[in-house]
Design a protein around this ligand. Structure first.
Ligand code: HPA
Length: 232
């Protein structure tokens, strides 16, 4: 079976798909954490793998960067490949003075400057939110492994480079951080009647002017993967 962006058998994906932004990271996750990982998609170099973790089937496929990209892949997985849950495992910047590099943000809600939800023609503003059960269990896993985390709103921006850093304005509403994918993912999950969650490790602090090194990102990533895989 082939969709415009995924060429895979109908049952090729597990019910839960972990979704990093970076295709190389998806390959790393498959090879490091999954048993018997099989490559199920490689259209445009967006490698998707299905294997098992603790005996349970899990898939991992990259989203690429930005809401149009994750909008495409999550739509096709939910609507054409019968995927039930997508867990984004990403990085984000934080506006919160209590959060530092390597901490985790569990995005309960996703504010955005994207026009993604306009397609639904709603008579007001839609609030893209994560699945509560996934949020609750992610928080429990963060407690269990002892990582510093916060649950709250994230800002899914359409801009990495901005003329004017609008993020700081979102901070006055208690928004914890900024990334570029969650709102579109949560919209697609809502429309398809499926489940989604985004967990991000903090890769930079806009308030403390900190930015993580490659090694720091890697070790923080290991903790986040432990959380995400146990949800699957
Ligand atoms: N902006 C957008 N996305 C990001 C950032 C950022 O500062 N850091 C990590 N992902």
């Amino acid at each position: 079976m082939s969709t415009p962006h995924i060429a895979a058998e109908k049952g090729a994906f597990a019910k839960t798909v972990l979704m990093p932004g970076d295709p190389l990271r998806s390959e790393f996750i498959a090879k490091t954490y999954l048993e018997d990982a099989v490559l199920v998609n490689d259209v445009r170099g967006v490698h998707g793998y299905t294997g098992t973790y603790n005996g349970k089937p899990v898939s991992v496929m990259a989203s690429g960067m930005g809401q149009p990209a994750i909008g495409i892949y999550s739509y096709e997985l939910y609507n054409f490949f019968d995927v039930e849950s997508i867990i984004r495992v990403g990085t984000c910047g934080t506006y919160d003075p209590e959060l530092h590099l390597k901490d985790i943000i569990i995005a309960m809600g996703a504010c955005t400057d994207s026009n993604f939800a306009a397609q639904y023609r709603l008579p007001g503003t839609f609030c893209p939110i994560a699945d509560f059960e996934l949020v609750r269990r992610a928080a429990e896993e963060c407690e269990r492994i002892g990582v510093n985390y916060k649950v709250g709103n994230i800002f899914s921006s359409d801009h990495f480079y901005e003329d004017d850093h609008s993020g700081l304005t979102w901070a006055k509403m208690g928004v914890l951080g900024v990334e570029m994918e969650s709102a579109a993912l949560y919209c697609n999950a809502a429309r398809a009647g499926k489940r989604a969650l985004c967990i991000c490790t903090v890769s930079d602090s806009i308030v403390h002017n900190e930015r993580s090194t490659l090694e720091e990102r890697q070790s923080a990533f290991t903790q986040m993967m432990e959380v995400a895989l146990r949800l699957a």
